[in-house]
Design a protein around this ligand. Structure first.
Ligand code: AMP
Length: 258
């Protein structure tokens, strides 16, 4: 059974008793768990003696207060999934303990974090890197699992580990999709059945065309508003809004037929 831990001191005392030779796999999330998260948990479980899942909806990475307020928090369903996945520890840190510094310390990256998502969501990656650094310091994992779905985040976390000489292997995991191609996301819960069907166009176009302008044009014609469609690090990345719901996706650049 998954051990649920809300208190940082309680976790630290448990962590201190785990033998240094026991490999720990860590999956940090914001909850509202779906098959994408589950794929990371299965991997962490199969490759390590102990698995740790964290759920924390991190205020510091939301530039939009409304987006933070309406972020789904189905805690009992998440606990059920953690148990089904046989996760060893579920960390549910509380804001005042994890931000014991009152948001005073920040990890900031000055180059890659200013592009793409960073351009549209100022300070988003400061929030992400800061919480990940805090969680890494608490969990002290051997391996940490991140989805390619958030490709820029993955690249920045790989950079974080390198920059601060952290002995953590960052394991990239492929994007899990619905059969329509739509990338699973906690935010998909906000989509109606019709919007969900329409949203599958993002992946369909990314995997059909190589020219960002053509993709943007076709998405606009279908009623999306475009945040960016860009090539970056051998990927084609997209962020679009459908009736004010922001969706992101990306695929390897050589994935398309032409
Ligand atoms: P989140 O809860 O959105 O912060 O995501 C937690 C982790 O799950 C991140 O590493 C995400 O990249 C990953 N993730 C989210 N959606 C998917 C997906 N559809 N496939 C694979 N990984 C995902």
């Amino acid at each position: 059974m998954t051990l649920i831990i809300n208190s940082v001191p309680q976790w630290r005392s448990i962590r201190n008793k785990i033998d240094a030779s026991t490999p720990i796999g860590f999956v940090p999330t914001m909850g509202a768990l779906h098959e994408g998260h589950i794929s990371l948990l299965h991997r962490a479980k199969s490759e390590n003696a102990l698995s740790v899942l964290s759920i924390f909806v991190n205020p510091a990475q939301f530039n939009d207060k409304e987006d933070f307020a309406k972020y789904p928090k189905p805690l009992s369903a998440d606990i059920k999934i953690a148990n089904e996945c046989k996760v060893d520890y579920l960390l549910l840190p509380i804001d005042t303990e994890i931000y014991c510094d009152h948001y005073s310390y920040v990890i900031s990256e000055k180059n890659q974090s200013t592009l793409l998502e960073g351009r549209s969501r100022p300070e988003h990656f400061d929030g992400v890197l800061t919480i990940v650094m805090k969680l890494f310091s608490l969990v002290k994992p051997n391996r940490a699992y991140f989805g390619e779905k958030d490709f820029q985040q993955l690249v920045l976390i790989q950079g974080l580990v390198k920059a601060f000489f952290l002995d953590i292997d960052i394991i990239p995991c492929p994007t899990v999709r619905e059969s329509s191609g739509l990338a699973l996301s906690s935010r998909n819960q906000h989509l109606t059945a019709l919007q969900r069907e329409k949203a599958s166009l993002i992946y369909q176009l990314l995997s059909t065309y190589t020219d960002p302008l053509i993709i943007a044009q076709k998405l606009e014609q279908a009623g999306f508003s475009i945040d960016y469609i860009e090539k970056w690090c051998d990927r084609l990345l997209a962020a679009v809004k459908l009736d004010n719901i922001r969706l992101i996706d990306n695929i390897p650049f050589n994935h398309q037929p032409s």
